[in-house]
Ligand binder design. Structure first.
Ligand SMILES: [Zn+2]
Length: 279
């Protein structure tokens, strides 16, 4: 049995698959900020989805930095105490470290979008996740680009000397304006509760700056927006569209809303395991 886990900032999703093509069982629960509690909830969910079967391989998606060539955790945003620890520490059942892969959560979601989602026909895909955090990845030929760590488009500066970001410490990065955390701080409400067009116009204009930078640096054939805030795509898309077409240099790629929902990360985990096993 294969397991794919998405340790999101707000919710944790745990899925199993027998063939890496179809989903066997899925469990989800609110992510707990205490690592000890989260570990317990995680292992309970694993027991439910594997139903007593042996685990062949596990993929874990995490928000934060990933070193693909190390076998220990790097800077995981929610659980700094994991830094430097071996992957096995997450599990109560014995799983050899060689059968565990850790990947950035946005990278996994982007991989799934490029293989199964709305971007399945494009060679170069930029995936941006607008969720509790703001992440993203460049996928080329249905592979996560082979860089040492991971892309962090959420921490590109979009407003010089702007708001200070709680994650990176920089001023004016995309995360400090467009993440769910920032949205709540700036507008005093959850993105899902917001119906104010002024707010969404502002959001769309800032997204246009991000998109222009992504196009300039990554040259994607399509851009996919995922994560919970992307479900409000129709609210910010008009202002984003208008701002994007104030320039005339770039041919803007299609900008699409993810249709896979919040399980694209776990699907991406199964896709990555499949790629590792076939390489
Ligand atoms: Zn930042």
């Amino acid at each position: 049995m294969y397991i794919s886990i998405d340790l999101g900032g707000t919710s944790t999703r745990v899925a199993s698959s027998k063939d890496l093509i179809s989903l066997h069982k899925l469990e989800r629960f609110p992510t707990n900020k205490e690592l000890v509690v989260e570990k317990k909830l995680l292992n309970n969910a694993i027991a439910k989805v594997i139903e007593g079967e042996t685990v062949d391989f596990v993929c874990v998606g995490v928000p934060g930095m990933v070193d693909r060539y190390a076998r220990t955790f790097e800077k995981i945003v929610n659980y700094p105490e994991l830094t430097g620890k071996s992957y096995e520490v997450l599990f109560d059942i014995t799983i050899p470290n060689s059968k565990i892969v850790i990947e950035n959560d946005a990278a996994l979601a982007g991989l799934a979008e490029s293989r199964r989602g709305v971007a399945a026909k494009s060679r170069v895909v930029a995936y941006l996740t607008l969720s509790t955090g703001f992440g993203g990845v460049r996928i080329q030929d249905k592979q996560i680009s082979r860089i040492q760590g991971n892309f962090e488009p959420g921490h590109m500066i979009i407003v010089e000397d702007g708001r200070e970001d709680s994650v990176c410490g920089q001023k004016g990065c995309a995360h400090s304006y467009l993440s769910g955390v920032a949205f709540k701080e700036i507008y005093g409400m959850e993105p899902f509760d917001c119906k104010d067009p002024k707010v969404w116009n502002e959001y769309g204009e800032k997204m246009a700056t991000v998109i222009t930078n992504v196009v300039a640096m990554w040259d994607p054939g399509v851009i996919v927006l995922g994560g919970s805030i992307a479900t409000r795509f129709e609210m910010f898309e008009p202002a984003m569209h208008d701002a994007l077409y104030t320039q005339s240099l770039f041919d803007m790629p299609k900008i699409l809303k993810s249709e896979m929902g919040d399980v694209n990360g776990v699907w991406g985990g199964f896709d990555l395991i499949s790629q590792i096993q076939n390489s």
